[in-house]
Design a protein around this ligand. Structure first.
Ligand SMILES: C[C@H](CCC[C@@H](C)[C@H]1CC[C@H]2[C@@H]3[C@H](O)C[C@@H]4C[C@H](O)CC[C@]4(C)[C@H]3C[C@H](O)[C@]12C)C(=O)SCCNC(=O)CCNC(=O)[C@H](O)C(C)(C)COP(=O)(O)OP(=O)(O)OC[C@H]1O[C@@H](n2cnc3c(N)ncnc32)[C@H](O)[C@@H]1OP(=O)(O)O
Length: 382
């Protein structure tokens, strides 16, 4: 796999950093998640392929353990508020002095500088600060955040993984690590570069929800079907729009022009009425195999069984029978080989990882009895 041999220490976080760690793990990196002690349940729903060490970083011995792990690692990924790692004596200066090849990835909302750097926040705040949230939502409605997809995952976890891979690539030449300051505000904004750079095209001149790509256009929207499901329509180009009109059984000559904005309300009404006359399956049969750019809106538990996704193996089932997306993109020689066994229990691998990283057995037992680390091998076997 592409990242085979790469060692990652991921400090347990909420959503973006676990996603970043899972990407690295899916593509072959060895990811050790450092959990807190005295935690019963892992909050990490993206723990595929990771191992867990439970370590109390509030104790000097715990800090020393983390330093030793980082000394033998390529990457440390930290998801805390600015200053937390420094307060623990685990800041980048400290760790890079000991291991100059270390890539120190800091995944935060507001970045390591600026007046918000130390403020708490979540995806919706970062999205708001990126400028993008102002563009999201239906006409005459307030801005609407599309789950926590944009800042946490696209602009956060994924962008941080990109930074890590770039730093690894560069390290091959320089032999040196570096610090990655991954701000979700900036990551989200960067993902949305098109929105800034396409303003001159007039794509966003109208109020929110009234433009071509923000649900303003009737040919770029979703419609309810007679069984209460939905179809997604993305028939932008005229040749594809023609297929849409044909599939809907409408007469193009009796409709207003596609790009006549003043007629969009009326056109949407027509499309709404027509889509409501058949079930999702019936519309899928009509549009499948055409260039109308019309697809069913699939719920999560149906996405994997759609013929197209099934043919490609786009979703995988783990040992517990849980279905989730397979890692993307697909590399031809070194594709990801995601781990299909269950997620780690908090502290399941403490003893084995410490042993592997050079802690002698007596020292491990001393750390365990002092409560600096915890091991839950037995719980994992239950
Ligand atoms: C929208 C998403 C967030 C979605 C998250 C949800 C999925 C979950 C949120 C609440 C969860 C539920 C809840 O917990 C109750 C149940 C618990 C149960 O176990 C499971 C079910 C629950 C219902 C549970 C279910 C779900 O998990 C939830 C619903 C996001 O936007 S995520 C993005 C958030 N932003 C960032 O990541 C940006 C960077 N980080 C930050 O800004 C801050 O970390 C943040 C997120 C604001 C949190 O601030 P906080 O004050 O809590 O932490 P920090 O200032 O960073 O400091 C960390 C302190 O912890 C110490 N520490 C860390 N590791 C260790 C260790 N191993 N040992 C000892 N101590 C440790 C560290 O030293 C810091 O201590 P100090 O404060 O003293 O410096």
């Amino acid at each position: 796999m592409a990242l085979a041999g790469v060692r990652v220490i991921e400090l347990a976080g909420l959503a973006p950093a676990p996603f970043c760690g899972m990407i690295l793990s899916d593509f072959g990196a060895r990811v050790i998640r450092v959990d807190r002690t005295k935690v019963t349940m892992a909050m990490d729903a993206q723990a595929r392929g990771k191992q867990s060490v439970a370590l109390n970083l509030k104790s000097p011995q715990g800090v020393a353990v983390l330093k030793k792990l980082c000394l033998q690692s390529d990457i440390v990924l930290e998801p805390f508020r600015k200053g937390v790692m420094e307060k623990l004596g685990l800041g980048p200066e400290e760790l890079l002095k000991e291991n100059p090849r270390l890539i120190y990835a800091r995944l935060t909302g507001y970045g390591q500088s600026g007046s918000y750097a130390k403020s708490a926040g979540h995806d919706i705040n970062y999205l708001a600060m990126s400028g993008l949230l102002s563009m999201l939502g239906r006409s005459s409605e307030k801005p609407y955040a599309p789950l926590n997809l944009v800042a946490d995952f696209a602009g956060g976890g994924l962008m941080c993984a990109l930074g890590i891979v770039l730093a690894l690539l560069e390290r091959n030449e320089s032999g040196q690590g570096q610090i990655i300051d991954a701000s979700m505000v900036e990551g989200a904004a960067y993902v949305g570069s098109f929105m800034w750079k396409s303003r001159s095209l007039g794509l966003w001149n109208r109020p929110r929800g009234e433009n071509m790509l923000d649900s303003g256009a009737p040919f770029y929207d979703t419609y309810q079907t007679s069984d209460g499901k939905h179809m997604a329509v993305g028939a932008i180009e005229p040749q594809f729009y023609d297929h849409l009109i044909k599939g809907l059984g409408l007469d193009a000559a009796s409709l207003p022009a596609q790009m006549s904005i003043s007629d969009w309300t009326e056109l949407r009404r027509t499309f709404t009425q027509v889509f409501a006359q058949k079930t999702q399956a019936e519309w899928s049969r009509i549009f499948d195999g055409t260039d109308a750019c019309v697809t069913p809106v699939l719920p999560l538990d149906e996405a994997g069984s759609h013929p197209h996704n099934r043919e490609r193996g786009s979703f995988l089932k783990d040992a517990q029978g849980e279905v989730s997306p397979r890692p993307a993109p697909v590399l031809s020689r070194t594709p990801a080989r995601p781990c299909l066994s269950r997620d780690p229990v908090v502290g399941e691998h403490t003893r084995s990882v410490l042993g592997e990283y050079g802690f002698d057995p007596d020292h491990i037992e001393q750390l365990l009895s002092a409560g600096v680390v915890e091991c839950n091998e037995a719980k994992a076997r239950l």
